[in-house]
Ligand binder design. Structure first.
Ligand SMILES: Cc1cc2nc3c(=O)[nH]c(=O)nc-3n(C[C@H](O)[C@H](O)[C@H](O)COP(=O)(O)OP(=O)(O)OC[C@H]3O[C@@H](n4cnc5c(N)ncnc54)[C@H](O)[C@@H]3O)c2cc1C
Length: 321
């Protein structure tokens, strides 16, 4: 019998987070012949749900309710449990985002299943590779029987190419959302650029070497040219040069962009824990002994106040936006 893989999509600001499509690709990698069923919860999500089909899902179930406008653990777990009970999937895949990190263990415990969290690659369909010890090592976890429940780290498993010719196969799943124990009254979004840090393919990250909040603008200019996002070390956040929402590291966000440009930050172990799996790391630091150079693919030793504006100007000449 054909296996069924449920992929829980995520909407942010009215559009899918890219990890939703990466999760569809992961579900296919786990079993190419499986039926992949997308799930989207939210207030008015039916209009965008088709995009999951265009990225490889066979069909998509939507649940629309004012109560699901913002993520709440009780609202989501109640609805997802009903869908899981009805659909009886062989696997569940979702992003290792703040929602995935919160809801996946709750649902796994309700189902009495295991959970592989934060997978960055899949081998042979049922062996998952995940970082351990703050990214210093990787472990392989094989699921031998029962439900395969996995969260995947954004930006690691490539999404399938979008086929805009595909359409249909979006169904409303009827479920009454019970009264919530948590009511979200307001969401204050505090990000420096339009690009989501955890999904950005290019990140320009600054440290205490920037010396002031005004100087951080320099990084925004560089990030804008590259269509990237701006991140920071905790040193920069503690010094109030930028908001803690931008902190990368052990106690901040974990990122895996294609390009990470570390500017005026020393490369403390707690910072490296959040960015060492970036595909290419470029470090700019005036101290040739700075630890960041030990993990950098390319290093520029010099004064960031000279180098960053020059880089921005040079990239402006070659980057076609
Ligand atoms: C429990 C715990 C959790 C932590 N979690 C995190 C975390 O999640 N993320 C994190 O980042 N940190 C974290 N830290 C803090 C971490 O240990 C470091 O203190 C912090 O990362 C240092 O920030 P920094 O590199 O910006 O500052 P510094 O270490 O002060 O480095 C500044 C760098 O800028 C360079 N510089 C100065 N001026 C210039 C210039 N003009 N041009 C070029 N280079 C220049 C200097 O050479 C230096 O290397 C944590 C610490 C603890 C104890």
């Amino acid at each position: 019998m054909m296996a069924k893989h449920l992929v829980i999509g995520e909407i942010s600001n009215g559009a899918f987070r890219n990890v939703s499509f990466e999760a569809v690709a992961a579900a296919k990698m786990m079993d190419e012949s499986a039926e992949v069923v997308g799930v989207v919860l939210g207030e008015s999500v039916a209009s965008v749900a088709e995009e999951m089909v265009q990225h490889g899902a066979d069909r998509v179930l939507t649940v629309e309710s004012e109560k699901l406008k913002e993520y709440t653990p009780d609202g989501y777990s109640q609805v997802l449990m009903e869908i899981i009970e009805q659909e009886k999937p062989d696997a569940i895949v979702m992003g290792h985002t703040y929602i995935g990190r919160d809801i996946a263990p709750k649902i796994a415990s309700k189902l009495g299943s295991g959970l592989v969290s934060d997978a960055v690659a899949i081998e042979g369909g049922s062996t998952f590779i995940r970082p351990i010890y703050s990214g210093k090592a990787f472990e392989k976890v094989a699921i031998e029987e029962g439900l395969q429940f996995v969260t995947i780290r954004p930006n690691n498993i490539p999404a399938l190419e979008k086929d805009t010719g595909k359409s249909g196969n979006v169904e409303a799943f009827n479920v009454e959302v019970k009264d919530l124990q948590t009511i979200i009254k307001e969401v204050v979004r505090n990000t420096s650029t339009g690009v989501d840090l955890s999904e950005a393919s290019i990140i320009v990250s600054g440290g205490r070497g920037l010396k002031s909040e005004e100087n951080f603008k320099m990084l925004e200019d560089l990030a804008d040219v590259l269509n990237g996002a701006v991140g920071a070390s905790r040193g920069a956040c503690d010094a109030e040069y930028c908001d803690y929402a931008m902190q990368i590291g052990q106690t901040g966000k974990v990122v895996t962009p294609d390009l990470y440009i570390a500017v005026g930050l020393s490369g403390a172990i707690q910072h490296v824990a959040g960015m060492s799996n970036s595909k290419i790391i470029v470090a700019i630091n005036k101290d040739p002994e700075a630890e960041i150079f030990q993990i950098a693919d390319y290093g520029i030793v010099g004064d960031l106040f000279d180098i960053v504006p020059k880089l921005t100007e040079e990239f402006k000449k070659v980057v076609v936006s």
